[in-house]
Structures are given as C-alpha cells and as structure tokens.
Design a protein around this ligand. Structure first.
Ligand code: SF4
Length: 392
C-alpha cells in the first residue's frame, strides 16, 4: 500500500494533513532539521503530534537532516536522547555521521535517508540500506526508469509535488553566498527566485534586464513539481511513499494538495481514473506553473517567475465558529471544501462577532454564522479568483 506523506509545519497543519488524507507527516524539531523557519516543533509538540498520529493509525517522521560539524555531535546525542523518549516513527537524516549516531542512540527507530543526501543510484541506495537505513528518499533528478530500478530492491520515497531547487535537491550555496544564510543548514532565503539584472562595470546603477520572455527573467527559478497525472505508473513500479513538499505552506495548501493525492491514490487502487477534482485541487492553491521535473529525462522547461491559483483561502470552519483568514463580506459567493472532497457553494450569510452583527470580517477574527448547510469541522472556505492567488 503506497503511503501519502505530507508536510507539517505546525500542529494545526499536521491535523489538517491527516484530516485531508495523509497517511504520515514529516516535521522538524527545534534542532538539526532543514527549514529553520518552518515552524519547528518543540519536544512537547512532537509528542502531541505523535499522539494525534497514532490515535488515527498514522505515522510521524522527524527530520534531522542538517550536515554537522564535529563540535555539534555532543548536542546531537543529547537531542536524540530526548527524541527517543517521545518515539517518532522514523528519523530523516542526510549526513552519514548523523545516521551512525542515530543507530547508536535510537537503535529501534527507522532511518529514512533524506533527499538532501542526493541518492541517484541503486548502488548508493544499497549502501545506505546496508548501513541500517530502512528507506531512501531519492534525489528529485531521477527519471521513471531509474526510480524503478532502485524501487525494485530498496524501499523508496519520492517527491511528487511542490517546489523544486535549481540545484541538485537543495545542495545549493547560492543563499549562503548572497545572504550568509545556508540552505544546507535549513536557512534558505530562496535567492534563486529573485530577479537578476546585468550591470556593465563602468555603468554602475544601470540595470539591464535579462529577458527570457515577455514576463521577464527567471534564469534560476524553477517551476513546481506535479506528478499527479503519473501516479499510476509510479505505483506500478513500486514506489513506497509519495511525498508532498512544503512545510512553510498554508493550511489550505497542505489540505488541498493532500486531498488531491488521496483521492487520486484511492481511485487508482479501485481501478478507476484519477478524478478531475484532484487536478482542480492542485490548481486551486498558489503554485508556480507545473512541471514533471526529471521524470521523463531532462525537463523541457522548469523555470517560472509567477504564481497562479484559482482559489483564495478565506476561512476555516471550526466547532460552532468560523476563523477568518482573509476579509470576507456578507452576501459574497464563496465555496466550502470539505475534508471528504465535497464542494459546497454558499452565499455568505449574516455574521456575528462577540454577539454583534457584522457585515464584513477581517483576518484572525472569530465569527459565528448560520451557513444554512451542514459542513464538517475543518472544512475550508475559499473564494474563486480570476488571476493569481498569493494567499498560500
Ligand atoms: S536558493 Fe533556490 S535552489 Fe538554492 S536551496 Fe534555496 S530554493 Fe533551492
């Protein structure tokens, strides 16, 4: 049974990821994980996340995928001893030294080798397996044939959706070089997405655009990976886990993308086509133009400089109340997405805040409203947008 693995930047996103169909989530603790700003979890929060996961028969993996210097290993050992007490289902590691320490300190915990380790061959995957790794998260730069070859002999996980790097799966020094913040220490500033100009040395201050098309330049800025149309082939070749990128993305993004892939996987397992709703859901959240990356060899075009999406994230339906994310008004037409994948159109009703009637509600307000239709808790209220959506 293939696993759907979603990012959890916070406990709230973890709950949504599970509610919208993920089988497992990955997150970072406060030390030694990449994505330094992705809302890293305290030890108590990891314990709470594990309780939520295990109560639903789901799994939780913790990233420990920084590359370490020798003087950091004592701190790592102390950190792993704390992690051992809460008992995550697996640790995701990149550095072979970290892998060795995990084997010593947490011998009963599964080890997944991070994509950051850039595993591109069966030979390398087998070495990791012989060193005690249970799973290898493959480099994103592999074609279907190469993935198949590895998946035959080693448990594999691949990224199926989300942002990509123009460098080999994140092994990039651009951010560290330009800003002093290292991608390999979890602090990437996405410098590849910036706009770059050409300057002739004697004409300082005159910025000449580097234009690739009428939208400008994106010489280092990749599009987003989306392997949704090819899930069946990927399931057929024996990939064990499909991973969604994006611990920094919104609740809306995590929920919609997890649901898109859940519905697709379930349909394929029933012998059916992937439903149109799956494609609509991945299109609905803010994303760069989609690409299949390296799945069919060298990508034709993976660069893009703008975001698109068909829905804005407006509010969350809680228990008896509504948590507002972006301004909404009584009378506007909105759409509610339920965790089961139902879309309900509503003309937004009267709202009350602290008992007082209001005609518009602002971000972070808690309001009550009679929607006139029963929708489950954790449903998401969305607004159709004509152009680009940036709220995710
Ligand atoms: S700067 Fe861009 S390519 Fe480099 S690690 Fe960050 S996102 Fe990836």
């Amino acid at each position: 049974m293939v696993e759907l693995l979603a990012p959890a930047g916070t406990l709230e996103k973890l709950r949504y990821a599970f509610r919208y169909g993920a089988d497992a989530v990955y997150l970072a603790g406060e030390r030694f994980g990449l994505r330094a700003k992705a809302g890293n979890f305290t030890m108590d929060e990891i314990a709470e996340g594990l309780e939520i996961a295990h109560s639903q028969g789901k799994k939780l993996y913790v990233t420990v995928n920084s590359y370490l210097f020798d003087d950091e290993y004592n701190q790592l050992i102390e950190y792993l001893k704390d992690l051992r007490t809460v008992g995550p289902d697996a640790l995701i590691v990149s550095d072979i030294g970290v892998l060795d320490v995990v084997r010593e300190v947490m011998p009963d915990t599964e080890i997944h080798v991070s994509t950051q380790a850039n595993t591109t061959s069966l030979r390398a995957a087998k070495v990791f397996k012989s060193l005690g790794a249970t799973r290898v998260i493959l480099a994103r730069e592999l074609s279907m044939d190469r993935i198949a070859e590895i998946a035959r002999e080693v448990e594999t996980e691949i990224f199926v959706h989300g942002a990509m790097c123009m460098a080999y799966s994140g092994r990039c020094i651009l951010s560290a070089y330009l800003t002093g913040r290292s991608a390999n220490q979890g602090d990437c500033t996405h410098t590849c997405r910036w706009k770059y100009y050409l300057v002739e040395e004697k004409r300082q201050g005159q910025y000449m655009p580097v234009e690739e098309d009428d939208r400008g330049t994106y010489i280092m800025s990749p599009g987003d990976l989306c392997l949704l149309p090819h899930l069946k082939e990927l399931m057929d070749i024996g990939v064990h886990s499909f991973k969604i990128e994006g611990r920094m993305k919104s609740v809306h993004y995590v929920a919609a993308v997890a649901l898109a892939y859940r519905l697709a996987i379930d349909a394929i397992q029933r012998g059916e086509e992937i439903p149109q709703l799956s494609f609509d859901l991945v299109d609905s959240v803010s994303h760069r133009p989609f690409t299949t990356g390296f799945l069919f060899g060298q990508p034709e075009e993976t660069r893009a400089n703008q975001y698109e999406g068909t829905r804005d994230f407006v509010a969350v339906v809680g228990s008896g109340q509504i948590e507002v994310k972006t301004m909404l008004k009584t009378g506007e037409m909105l759409e509610i997405l339920t965790p089961e994948g139902k879309l309900v159109e509503v003309e937004w009703p009267e709202m009350y805040r602290d008992g007082e009637k209001v005609f518009e509600a602002h971000p972070n307000w808690i309001v009550t409203a009679d929607l006139g239709v029963a929708v489950p808790e954790m449903s998401l209220v969305r607004r159709k947008v004509a152009g680009s959506a940036h709220t995710d």
